[in-house]
Design a protein around this ligand. Structure first.
Ligand code: ADP
Ligand code: MG
Length: 246
């Protein structure tokens, strides 16, 4: 399917990609490739879905971007830096500069909503004044300002994921990675999370979303990268969810 000629989008591609995989393979066990020869370029301001069957390598891509694991072959670049070459003392700061959301929310159960979001800023030693300003702003963005004092177990799954999103965004990341963010949510909450991700993207953040949600992928008309058995089998602008039968 040929996409429109969008000069702004095309111009943005003349810049270096925000995220780039160059011939990346990963073997967790010797001789068994979880992903193989992956070449992906993601540009500033893009919204990208990564889809594929369970075990096709989606989470491996996310973990490579965070340098939680290293490629067996090839290179991963973020903002022009080969992240495999980041020194140990640089990795923590690097990871904290990327917003990440997971299927299981991963909130601190013994802290209220406000403190869960504030914690992400305390970790990066943000000044107290900035925290006081940013946290309410993020909670308003995700529609949870009235739940600031609630604890995670007092919230629905959809609300918990919105807290996780506020936390992921509070330090103004250039990139937001979401690994099956709607995996535990009903359709209504899934749409709310996706529409928040779309808003965040419109404000300039590059968003990468791993998902199984066919309805959402088909309706949102974003770029879709499909994996099958650790390889990219399609990469389309305004793509659709492809069934990659094994
Ligand atoms: P997806 O997220 O698409 O379900 P993953 O990236 O989690 O896929 O996994 C891709 C492949 O790598 C699968 O075959 C999986 O079993 C394997 N794998 C993932 N993590 C590990 C690990 N820590 N050790 C060994 N094999 C793994
Ligand atoms: Mg996964």
């Amino acid at each position: 399917m040929a996409a429109d000629f969008d000069i702004n989008r095309e111009m943005s591609k003349i810049e270096a990609p925000v995220i780039s995989f160059e011939h990346v393979s990963k073997e967790y066990q010797k001789g068994i490739a979880a992903i193989e020869d992956i070449n992906i370029r993601i540009y500033k301001g893009e919204f990208v879905f990564i889809v594929g069957n369970s075990g096709s390598g989606k989470s491996t891509l996310i973990r490579l971007m965070l340098k939680e694991i290293l490629p067996s072959k090839g290179k991963v670049f973020v903002a022009g830096r080969e992240i495999g070459r980041l020194r140990k003392f640089q990795v923590g700061k690097y990871r904290r500069s990327i917003g990440v959301v997971f299927q299981d929310f991963r909130l601190l159960k013994d802290r209220n909503v406000y403190d869960n979001v504030a914690f992400a800023q305390q970790v990066v030693e943000a000044p107290a004044r900035l925290i006081k300003r940013q946290v309410p702003k993020m909670l308003s963005l995700v529609g949870l300002i009235d739940k600031a004092k609630s604890f995670p177990n007092e919230l629905s799954g959809g609300q918990q994921q919105r807290v996780a999103l506020a936390r992921a965004l509070v330090n103004n990341p250039v990139i937001l990675l979401a690994d099956e963010p709607t995996g535990n949510l009903d359709p209504k909450n899934s749409w709310e999370i996706m529409s928040l991700l779309e808003d965040i993207n419109k404000r300039g953040t590059t968003v990468v979303v791993v998902t199984h949600n066919q309805e959402i992928v088909d309706r949102m008309q974003k770029r879709v990268i499909t994996l099958k058995n650790g390889r990219v089998i399609s990469d389309e602008e305004k793509g659709r969810y492809r069934y990659a039968k094994n």
